[in-house]
Ligand binder design. Structure first.
Ligand code: C2O
Ligand code: CU
Ligand code: CU
Length: 481
């Protein structure tokens, strides 16, 4: 199927040629060009999703109210795209939770379809996980209620409706969750939200000739993943952030359906990764590029002192498309630093593992499998025992990329293709999603340390959302000893 593309123009006037312009809106290119020419850089300042203030509580419970709704959003000048959003037109506000907080995250579904809302990376009971079993019917509300019980990290929330996850995320349903603890508050790291600590939600989208999302992947696109030719950050095309500090901390979230992003700054300017999915790294890691697959997060810090008064760009280098331009102010405040030790992690020992499980990723013709099975909500695939250390080996038998995500708890990556030395330094913290490149086998160490429940179903799956929806997902429960 050949799709027609929207003629797009951003404030930076990147113009992509359309393969066909049959609609009225589209043929009027000159007015789009004029609109872009008259716009200033300010029009495209990076949107920082607001921090959601929890409403006053009765019993010390922080109440967060989120409304899931249909809306329209301006990705382009003078142009509205039909979207979904949470308390807004596209994406959702940022939740900031602290270790020990009792929270109630209250989701109201104002869509015309059933959804769910999962806390990706959250260490919570299965019935609070927001997976496919916690459906939120049209016009009703559902609350995720729990006590925050994990290390500081950057997590996120997104729908997990059986078979519909990819489309609902694509339309705009996702938001960031920032977890803090004594360590994050103690470190001299940048931590002023929206100033020197910014969320950056990375996605790619395909706009049809009417400037709309047309989510209808073919079998081929299910296999390859539904990838768009327009890269967006916080719902904007090539936004500009004005930096006023020497060190800028960026919380990167790959919230795309299937984009594998290889990120790099102008001139390969070095940066420091301080955190991965579920924790700080023990020590900061110096890097010049960062690979992030769908669902993964990375907190990085970039030193802007050599770019004073200039612009530095964050680019996806495989497609060579810009995600974000950072306009560096003429004078920068300089009162943060990167400690050489960030945290201490509990590294379970391989010799304490009592069981090894194998997971084979395979597929054909738009059908995808884990151990030759497609997801079935009625079937429990794996039964784990509380507090038992296990090794999981995930083997990608295909010639395409996958990754592997486990709900409920973090894991550590032990080896790639049997070789511990192949594990990249920047994925040595607590992870919940790991890249499994073509024909690779990745070995991880896993432990479920809470929330045993014979009826509580958690998911494991490939986080390429088309793959997940096409069957590459399974269920586990955690049982008492
Ligand atoms: Cu981010 Cu099972 O999901
Ligand atoms: Cu998850
Ligand atoms: Cu996959």
């Amino acid at each position: 199927m050949k799709r027609r593309r929207f003629i797009k123009i951003s404030a930076l006037s990147s113009l992509y040629l359309s393969t066909g312009c049959s609609t009225e809106k589209n043929t009027d290119t000159s007015s789009l060009l004029t609109a872009a020419a008259s716009s200033t850089a300010n029009a495209n300042q990076l949107f920082i999703p607001p921090l959601l203030d929890p409403a006053p509580d009765q019993d010390g419970v922080k109440q967060f109210d989120l409304t899931i709704q249909a809306s329209t959003h301006s990705f382009f000048e003078d142009f509205e795209t039909e979207t979904y959003g949470i308390n807004g037109s596209y994406l959702g506000p940022t939740l900031r939770l602290e270790l020990g907080d009792k929270v109630s995250i209250n989701y109201t579904n104002q869509l015309n379809e059933v959804t769910t809302m999962h806390g990706h990376g959250m260490h919570v009971p299965a019935n609070m996980d927001g997976g496919p079993h916690q459906e939120i019917e049209v016009g009703t509300a559902w609350s995720a209620q729990y006590t925050v019980k994990q290390k500081a990290c950057t997590n996120w929330y997104h729908p997990h409706k059986m078979g519909q996850t990819a489309e609902q995320v694509y339309k705009g349903l996702a938001g960031m969750i920032i977890l803090e603890d004594a360590e994050t508050l103690f470190h001299p790291l940048p931590k002023t939200y929206g100033v020197d600590d910014i969320p950056l939600i990375l996605q790619d989208r395909f706009f049809d000739e009417n400037g709309q999302f047309d989510y209808s992947p073919t079998h081929m696109e299910v296999m390859r993943g539904y990838k768009g030719d327009t890269f967006i950050a916080n719902g904007q095309i090539e936004p500009i952030f004005t930096a006023t500090t020497t060190l800028l901390r960026i919380r990167l979230l790959n919230a795309s359906n299937a984009g594998v992003y290889n990120l790099s700054f102008t001139d390969n300017h070095p940066f420091t990764q301080i955190a991965g999915d579920n924790s700080f790294l023990e020590r900061p890691v110096e890097m010049t590029s960062l690979l992030l697959t769908p669902g993964e997060r990375a907190e990085i810090i970039v030193d802007l002192s050599t770019f004073i008064g200039e612009t530095i760009t964050l680019t996806e280098i495989t497609e060579n498309k810009a995600f974000l331009h950072i306009q560096v102010a003429e004078s920068l405040s300089n009162n943060t630093s990167i400690p050489s030790e960030l945290t201490i992690l509990n590294r379970w020992s391989e010799s304490d593992a009592v069981q090894t499980r194998h997971f084979v990723l395979s597929g054909q013709q738009g059908q995808l499998y884990i151990n030759n099975k497609q997801m079935d909500m009625q079937r429990i695939d794996e039964r784990l025992t509380l507090n038992q250390i296990e090794l999981w080996e995930i083997e990608n038998q295909m010639v395409m990329d996958h990754n592997f995500h486990i709900h409920a708890s973090h894991f550590l990556v032990l080896s790639r293709n049997g070789n511990p030395a192949e594990v990249q330094e920047n994925i040595k913290g607590y992870k919940d999603t790991v890249h499994i490149p073509p024909s690779e086998t990745v070995r991880i160490i896993v432990k479920m340390s809470d929330y045993a429940d014979p009826d509580g179903k958690y998911m494991f799956h490939c986080h390429f959302l088309e793959h997940e929806d096409a069957g590459m997902m399974g269920q586990f429960i955690v049982e008492e000893t």
